[in-house]
Ligand binder design. Structure first.
Ligand SMILES: [Zn+2]
Length: 678
């Protein structure tokens, strides 16, 4: 049987990939990888880039090029057979990763390269790969004495079980509650789409009337639109007490003890590695270099935002009072905020859609990056893909060199995971046969074209497309020749959103919107009056939103920094302390937001939630260079291209930023864009 996943050249042959190809291919590649490691280690006494690192990279590349199309198809054309083999292969891949990450022979070989003459011969990108490898070996506990090392492994194992149990509890608590409504009068204020969803949910459960759940698309419209205050209070209470000791399912799925254990184990693991606390450990792989730096960054932003936040809250309070609501409660704020927003700006995403037909938006997006970076983007026909909706494009630079290629899969459909993302299909690296062209998947979930009309995008969706395209450019325009630090590989977590958030800025510029918008009947660009309203509405309650993100970030960071074995985690206490300091909104005492904060207790954001704001400072400040020189300024574009987009993870992000901007980042541009500048 010829297995399409074992063909390392060219693009994946999606139409030939069958579920039965997956496991044999992965098993064979992992076995080859294991054998190759032993053979490479045995074949030499003196290790070099060429006799060790290059062949390891080639092997990794074969594995990721086999796995990438499988993982991608599992996300975008999911079916039961594929999901099954996908889930069967995940533990195989993760075991392989752990095994190599803790392989003592490999560690010795890497250390030999780092310590010898070889290191001096390497270029910047190669040295960074060696440095990163040693760092990651160290963070896997490899340098610890045997007894501590065993303990470290046990901790990691327990943490993986506890974080997954935490997420399961949140999921179960979310699913365990619903509210059925038979009296249509209770739905007053809710738009048709929210009612239709509630109706459909009821039907799926064999219930009459309408059913609301704690899933966000069901919950959120009630909070912003439902006129019935008691209904809002009921849903709010159920939502913010999930997996806790409060609320309608108090005590069931309670995450309190799990959170305590997670924090204790993270602290212990960090201490074993020689850090004072887990916050310090988290920064070992990030751009920010000290806990003091992160704390003063967050506190500074909070200090500059708080007064505006108080004013914004007062405006909602006044509005609510004028509309007969005394004593504004947590479950009233989104509702009156939305009404206030409508009254002030009367702008809806629906209203903007006719000006953003998909073809026009794409042509505008391409025109913008072509002007900024001197590129050409052209469609390529006849490429094998996973679905008829998918298109394929090639990016060429001014010299006619192919810089990258991408698949574009824009529409929502059944069996496709929601949301929008960029993922790597092929990474750039130099091989004996020349440079391997980077290839990206760009995936969105926009409404498909209806009848003869083109797909029409909301302005939010236009921003999403620009965002993901920014990640794509980072992946595709890299000039780094080693996969470990080419494109988005090896880029610090708190810097990786720079190129994506950066692209979003063009969606708010008149001159850019003239390229991106065109009414699907008349071709007319976005009318000035509509543009002005859209612009004014942009910063509605931006201080309150900023304070909310800062509250989460400070809570996350302080909790991990201040863990004290003698006193325990003091989780709720820390959250309340943070709220007293930065929040202008005090939620009710039963609010247990922390019990469903999956980003940090169930996912990879532990002591890293600050990254969202951190990267936003970088992207806003980078964009301000274009505000100063012109948003289509070619010189500024070339500098961003050469200093940031092309460099991947080969150098420190701060060094790259300074090279582009001529100085370290400041928060001024972010404050100005958010309407918060003093
Ligand atoms: Zn992103």
């Amino acid at each position: 049987m010829s297995n399409p996943l074992l063909n390392p050249d060219g693009l994946p042959r999606f139409s030939e990939i069958r579920p039965e190809h997956v496991q044999p291919a992965i098993e064979r590649l992992l076995a080859e990888g294991r054998a190759q490691v032993e053979q490479l280690l045995a074949a030499h006494e003196h290790y070099t880039w060429d006799n060790l690192v290059a062949p390891l990279e080639a092997m990794d590349d074969r594995i990721s090029r086999a796995w990438s199309p499988v993982s991608h198809m599992n996300s975008v054309v999911n079916n039961e057979a594929l999901r099954k083999v996908y889930n069967e292969c995940l533990p195989l891949l993760s075991a392989y990763g752990t095994e190599l990450g803790q392989h003592e022979g490999l560690y010795r070989a890497w250390r030999q390269i780092a310590a010898g003459d070889e290191y001096r011969r390497l270029d910047t990108a190669q040295r960074k790969i060696v440095d990163n490898a040693l760092r990651d070996f160290r963070l896997s506990g490899i340098e610890l004495p045997q007894q501590q090392r065993d303990r470290f492994k046990t901790i990691l194992q327990q943490l993986s079980e506890l974080t997954s149990k935490y997420s399961d509890n949140v999921l179960d608590a979310t699913n365990a509650w619903h509210r059925q409504i038979r009296d249509e009068a209770l739905l007053a204020g809710l738009p048709g789409s929210a009612r239709a969803l509630a109706r459909q949910t009821a039907q799926q459960r064999g219930l009459e009337g309408w059913v609301f759940t704690l899933e966000f698309p069901s919950y959120y419209p009630v909070m912003i639109y439902a006129e019935n205050r008691a209904l809002r209070e009921e849903l709010y209470t159920a939502y913010v007490t999930r997996a806790s000791d409060f609320g309608p399912n108090a005590g069931q799925f309670n995450n309190d003890a799990i959170m305590e254990q997670i924090l204790a184990l993270r602290h212990e693991a960090a201490r074993l590695l020689g850090y004072h606390n887990y916050a310090e450990r988290s920064l070992a792989t990030k751009m920010a270099h000290s806990t003091e730096q992160v704390m003063s960054f967050l506190n500074d932003l909070a200090g500059r935002t708080r007064a505006a936040g108080q004013q914004e809250l007062q405006a909602v309070r006044d509005f609510a009072t004028a509309h007969g609501c005394q004593e504004l409660q947590a479950w009233d704020i989104p509702y009156y905020s939305e009404r206030l927003r409508q009254q002030k700006y009367s702008i809806s995403q629906e209203e903007l859609k006719p000006w953003f037909p998909e073809q026009r938006v794409l042509a505008g997006l391409f025109a913008i990056v072509e002007r900024l970076y001197g590129l050409r983007i052209m469609p390529v026909d006849g490429i094998d893909t996973w679905h008829d909706d998918v298109r394929f494009f090639r990016i060429l630079d001014a010299t006619g060199t192919v810089r990258g290629e991408f698949y574009l899969d824009l529409y929502a459909r059944q069996h496709k995971r929601g949301g929008a993302w960029m993922d790597e299909c092929v990474s750039r690296r130099r091989t004996a046969g020349g440079v391997q062209t980077p290839v990206a998947y760009l995936t969105c979930n926009f409404s498909p074209p209806i009848g003869a009309d083109p797909a029409l995008l909301t302005h939010d969706e236009v921003i999403t497309l620009f965002h993901e395209f920014g990640h794509g450019l980072h992946h595709m325009l890299t000039q780094i020749d080693y996969a470990g630090v080419s494109g988005i590989n090896g880029v610090a977590w708190d810097a990786v959103e720079l190129p994506s958030q950066f692209m979003e800025n063009w969606c708010w510029e008149r001159a850019a919107l003239d390229l991106v918008s065109g009414h699907y009947h008349t071709g007319e660009t976005l009318p000035e009056e509509l543009y002005q309203r859209m612009h004014r509405a942009r910063n509605f309650q931006s201080a309150l939103q900023m304070l909310r993100q800062l509250e989460f970030a400070l809570f996350d960071f302080r909790m991990h920094r201040d863990y004290d074995p003698a006193r325990g985690a003091r989780i709720h206490e820390t959250l309340e302390a943070v709220r007293r300091e930065v929040a202008v909104l005090q939620p009710p005492a039963f609010n247990r937001f922390e019990n469903s904060f999956t980003h940090i207790f169930g996912g990879g954001y532990a002591a890293g939630y600050y990254s969202y704001k951190w990267a936003e400072v970088l992207s806003a400040d980078a964009f301000s260079a274009f505000e100063e020189t012109g948003i289509f300024n070619r010189d500024t574009g070339e500098r961003f291209l050469h200093s940031v987009l092309e460099q991947g993870g080969a150098r420190e992000p701060m060094e790259l930023f300074v090279e582009f901007r001529g100085r370290e980042p400041t928060i001024d541009a972010l404050l100005r864009h958010s309407g918060l500048a003093a």
